[in-house]
Design a protein around this ligand. Structure first.
Ligand code: ACM
Ligand code: ZN
Length: 634
């Protein structure tokens, strides 16, 4: 018995678990009561530590640290003030004596805040830095401009803030429903706001104290309706949602804006957006057409590339680097651009294959605007479900060939704000999932094993203010419900493994398990994009062959409703039965009895009392998408 106790004590000493987020590279536990208030020594860039970290990549050397905590006090060694700062972040969370040796897995560990869809103030942004720095997040990407409001003061173009920062409609939804109208500063119907240059300087100074680089995003050429509203001469027409790459006025304006952005923000990277430009007006705009002819551009994708490449030359000439969403690959990537991969990881992988750097922000793991727990109990998200565990499970290197790994700068969590009107709600969506992203960026994938235990402690400490001195409205992990039961436990029923024929094919983007999906016993989760739900832009009309005449008591299927991404319940469902696969009899129907679509999961089931070999289930689409996961036959 004694020997067993010794063995356990010894293994704890060697392995040493540390309740910290992000998990450190190594922790050697020692005995005694820690004295966290006395600094015994601080050695920056001294030869012993420099030697110890010499084989690490340069970014990791700069952020590495050694922290030794004993009953007498603590000692820190690092190669830079940033490494020292990270040692102090660890010190705040550590609750036992020992030695931590630590460095990051990736150079870039980011968080993106959307200030356009709902404005967030300077004070709110500064407040977040404490929690983010405690996670060793080192990039704050500010999405400063979008259709819903321009959020940065530009001296040369005052209408961007006196007009385009103000809209009619306090919430994004109200603004969209009201026809996306702008107002002006001081008007009674004006909602919005913007950061002055003095505000930005305060944010930058606070970010510097937290060793966080702020990356400004000035969106172009799409998501720019507010710019055209303020300065119509840069649109193909006065109602354009996009900038006109045919007009020189556009470049004059963009370069004028970038001059001031560069002067204000020291960041090497300037994010220029580049995503989701529909390019519709470009087809009929004489200036766009003339530009395409003059430059020998064969399509509108190349016209976008022309704009991005020209902006890149401008930024490069001023010593800055261009960062953009993965659409900047379409029509040809600019020579030195870095790609932020959001539509999955393929854009990032393609950029790296072309010799460019990439930051991974795939929607499936990094989009914090998705709800984080059972959607029926959560405030409405923008579509989809992203749990803390799924965010932590992401390994950005998993798909990257080793010879390209040096091009993978890191990872970022994005929090779009369409459905997030309040500061409290914005914090609720940020925390604790940004801790998962931070740990993906800093720690090894193996440390995911005890992540939950560690992050609960971290999350409690930012909720009650004990970690940073500020209380954050983080989601309470003690109340987490987790995935849908159907996803966790699946279904058992008579049609399991039986063959299904489809009258209309499933949509290629949402194949799930193809023809096996609806009888494989696997239930969908809270998210339509989890690979368990099959998506249709048609009726769902399928026939199951049970193989032999079978007594039947119930046939049904669950449909998802998620209005954000356009997923709705069917109008009705019909169940038909046949013995020969030719003559079918209608045996029951179920109707949609829910008037207002809300995020929900509704069983369209029919009790029957019959027998048959073939079961036809037909769900009639109401609008846009239908998503279902299983046809249950009992
Ligand atoms: C994006 O989510 N449109 C980058
Ligand atoms: Zn044009």
């Amino acid at each position: 018995m004694k020997r067993i106790i010794c063995a356990i004590a010894l293994s704890a000493l060697c392995l040493g678990a540390l309740a910290q987020v992000p998990a450190p590279v190594s922790f050697q536990k020692s005995s005694g009561v820690p004295n966290k208030s006395k600094e015994l020594s601080k050695k920056i860039g001294k030869s012993a530590f420099a030697k110890r970290t010499a084989s690490l990549p340069e970014f990791a050397r700069g952020e590495a640290y050694l922290l030794e905590l004993t009953p007498k006090g603590y000692k820190v060694e690092a190669n830079s003030e940033t490494g020292y700062f990270y040692a102090l972040q660890t010190l705040r969370q550590i609750d036992q004596c020992g030695t931590v040796f630590d460095y990051p897995r990736f150079a870039y560990r980011g968080f993106m805040m959307d200030l356009s869809r709902h404005f967030r103030s300077k004070d709110y942004i500064i407040k977040q830095l404490g929690a983010l720095a405690s996670l060793k997040i080192n990039r704050l990407h500010l999405h400063l401009t979008d259709d819903a409001g321009w959020r940065l003061s530009i001296d040369r173009y005052p209408l961007l803030t006196s007009k385009a920062a103000w809209r009619v409609g306090a919430s994004w939804d109200e603004w969209v429903k009201g026809g996306q109208k702008y107002s002006s500063e001081g008007a009674v119907d004006a909602s919005g706001g913007y950061l002055t240059k003095a505000d930005v300087k305060e944010i930058l100074a606070a970010a510097e104290r937290h060793h966080i680089t702020v990356i400004p995003e000035i969106e172009m050429p799409g998501h720019s309706r507010e710019v055209v509203a303020a300065y119509p001469e840069v649109g193909c027409n006065a109602d354009s949602r996009e900038l006109c790459p045919g007009k020189e006025a556009t470049f004059t304006l963009l370069e004028g804006i970038l001059d001031e952005v560069i002067e204000l923000f020291p960041s090497k990277y300037i994010h220029i957006g580049g995503d989701e430009a529909a390019k519709r007006d470009w087809h009929n705009c004489p200036d766009c057409q003339a530009r395409m002819k003059a430059e020998g551009l064969s399509n509108v994708e190349e016209l976008q590339s022309y704009l991005i490449a020209r902006i890149e030359r401008y930024l490069n000439a001023k010593g800055r680097s261009l960062l953009g969403w993965d659409e900047i690959l379409e029509g040809g990537l600019s020579p030195n651009a870095t790609v932020m991969s959001w539509r999955g990881t393929s854009g990032g992988l393609e950029a790296m294959a072309q010799g460019h750097d990439a930051v991974m922000t795939p929607g499936r793991y990094c989009y914090l605007d998705k709800v984080q727990d059972a959607p029926i109990y959560e405030p409405e998200g923008f579509g989809g479900f992203l749990s803390l565990d799924v965010a932590r499970s992401y390994d950005p290197l998993a798909e990257v060939p080793s010879e390209l790994a040096h091009h993978l700068l890191g990872v970022q969590g994005n929090l779009w704000a369409e459905r997030i009107p309040t500061d409290q709600h914005y914090e609720y969506m940020t925390y604790p999932r940004i801790a998962a992203i931070a740990e993906v960026g800093w720690s090894s994938p193996e440390s995911a094993g005890d992540f939950r235990e560690r992050v609960i402690k971290w999350n409690d400490s930012i909720r009650d203010g004990s970690l940073t001195g500020q209380c954050y409205n983080a989601f309470d992990l003690h109340k987490e419900r987790g995935e849908r039961d159907a996803f966790k436990y699946g279904f058992k029923h008579l049609a399991l493994g039986k063959s299904v024929s489809y009258k209309h094919p499933w949509h290629p983007n949402y194949t799930a398990a193809a023809a096996a999906t609806l009888t494989d016993g696997e239930g969908g989760g809270w998210s339509y994009g989890d690979g368990r739900w099959q998506g249709f832009l048609s009726d769902v009309d399928v026939t199951i062959d049970l193989g032999e005449e079978t007594p039947l008591h119930f046939v049904g299927a669950t449909f998802m409703c998620d209005p954000g991404p356009g997923i709705f319940l069917p109008k009705k469902a019909e169940v038909w039965v046949s013995s020969d696969g030719k003559e079918f009899t209608l045996v029951g129907q179920a109707y949609n009895e829910i008037k207002t679509p809300v995020h929900s999961y509704v069983l369209f089931g029919v009790p029957v009392d019959t027998k048959g070999r073939y079961v036809r289930y037909k769900a009639t689409r109401s609008r846009e998408w239908l998503f279902t996961d299983e046809i249950i036959v009992k």
